[in-house]
Design a protein around this ligand. Structure first.
Ligand code: NAD
Length: 392
């Protein structure tokens, strides 16, 4: 079937729905976008038009291509308008009951062969699919924000999903110029699970001491400096939380934590909760860990190499342990885990390769050392890390 005949339906015209519609239209599909909020439809249409005009002005797209892309998308006012779709991707509010209702309505509208997918970041695909009689065609297709620019897509089969459909969606994502990885239907899938210590361990270090105080470890400016300059990450954890929004990042952490039956390894931070409660959300509110007002004076990092190395080692070892545990629990293949962290969150290298480079025995002893100091299950190592440490 040509792209033109393979029709895509999108439910939700917010940040993600609009971005996914653009990706599908760029790949040549006809796309219908539905949203219950008429304003969201108008806004997303207008934003796309403005974006395409900018791309044409900058000579990054021809006027003809931009016109074709735009004309392939229709913004529709009823869910029934998605009836002729071959694949529907839902990107509405992160609420299980509302998503289930949409899936059960969709099931009665579309053909038997139509694939139904959710872009959920944190809900279980099995729970969403429970609202459908035919669960074989329900899956997760998880894009990253902004969808047109982020290459990674996690494709997630639920318990009852037909794996042949997973294979065809993986192929389809490649045609959309994306990097698909397949993940188990577990909390946070690959990226949002493995990345937790990037924020959590950084917050933990910060909670122990601020810049200017004699005790403690380091403040957020120093942690960010170390992770960027020594660790090679594009952004430090605090800059990134400010960019994502403390409310959004906290909600993901809390949801992963509760979905893991309150495993202490994923425990959220009181500090971040307070920032979120106070409305210090980050860039979008003008104030987060950093002050985004004009001429604001920023806290200076302590550029102490030895301290910086300690910070990076601690956070990176915790990340490596998560990645190794994800291999152990068969959340995804080792290759997909490496790809996911590089292409989904721009990590400077794959965490498994990084573990090898440092030496798994060193990673193990670093975390065991933390366990000795804090005596918390948060510093629990994966059985596979112990095995690889013995072999390294
Ligand atoms: N924002 C991100 O960084 C990100 C990344 C990956 C996945 N996601 C997931 O994508 C989904 C959408 O997130 P978003 O950031 O685009 O949200 P958003 O708030 O920008 O947009 C959601 C849209 O859904 C619409 N909507 C709500 N209920 C609806 C219904 N019953 N039928 C049709 N439309 C409805 C709203 O009017 C709104 O326009 C969520 O499941 C989220 O977890 C978000």
């Amino acid at each position: 079937m040509t792209s033109e005949l393979f029709k895509i339906g999108i439910v939700g015209a917010g940040a993600m729905g609009a971005g996914i519609a653009q990706v599908a239209a760029r790949a040549g599909h006809r796309v219908s976008v539905f949203d219950t909020n008429k304003e969201a439809l108008v806004t997303s249409r207008k934003k796309l038009e403005e974006l395409l005009n900018r791309l044409v002005d900058k000579n990054r797209m021809s006027e003809e291509d931009a016109g074709h892309l735009f004309n392939r998308i229709v913004w529709v006012s009823t869910l029934e308008d998605l009836a002729g779709s071959n694949l529907v991707i839902e990107a509405i509010v992160e609420n299980l009951e509302i998503k289930k209702k949409v899936f059960s309505e969709l099931e009665g509208l579309v053909d038997q062969e139509c694939i139904l997918a959710s872009n959920t970041s944190s809900l279980s695909i099995a729970a969403i699919s429970s609202s459908c009689n035919n669960k074989a065609r329900v899956m997760g297709i998880h894009f990253f924000n902004p969808a047109p620019f982020m290459p990674l897509v996690e494709v997630i089969p639920a318990i009852g999903t037909d794996l042949k459909l997973i294979d065809s969606v993986v192929e389809l994502m490649k045609k959309w110029n994306k990097t698909p990885v397949t993940a188990k239907d577990t909390p946070g899938f690959i990226v949002n699970r493995i990345a937790r210590p990037f924020y959590g361990e950084a917050l933990r270090i910060y909670e122990e001491g601020r810049e200017g105080l004699p005790e403690g470890i380091a403040g957020f400016a120093t942690i960010d400096w170390a992770m960027r300059e020594i660790g090679g990450f594009k952004m430090g954890p605090f800059e990134l939380m400010d960019y994502i929004g403390n409310d959004v990042n906290f909600a993901v952490t809390e949801s992963v934590f509760s979905a893991f039956f309150y495993d202490p390894r994923y425990r959220p931070s009181i500090t971040q909760r307070r920032y979120s409660e106070a409305g210090w959300l980050g860039r979008k509110s003008g104030r987060g860990y950093y002050d985004y007002s004009d001429n604001a004076e920023q806290v200076k990092p302590l550029k102490d190499k030895e301290l910086g190395n300690k910070i990076v080692d601690r956070i990176v070892c915790m990340l490596i342990n998560e990645a190794v545990d994800a291999v152990y629990l068969r959340i995804a293949s080792a290759d997909d885990i490496e790809l996911a962290m590089i292409r989904g969150v721009n990590y400077p290298k794959g965490l498994l390769a990084w573990g090898k480079e440092i030496g798994y025995n060193k990673v193990l002893s670093q975390i065991n050392e933390l366990h000795k100091v804090y005596n918390e299950d948060r510093y629990r190592t994966s059985p596979l890390l112990s095995k690889w440490a013995k072999e390294s």
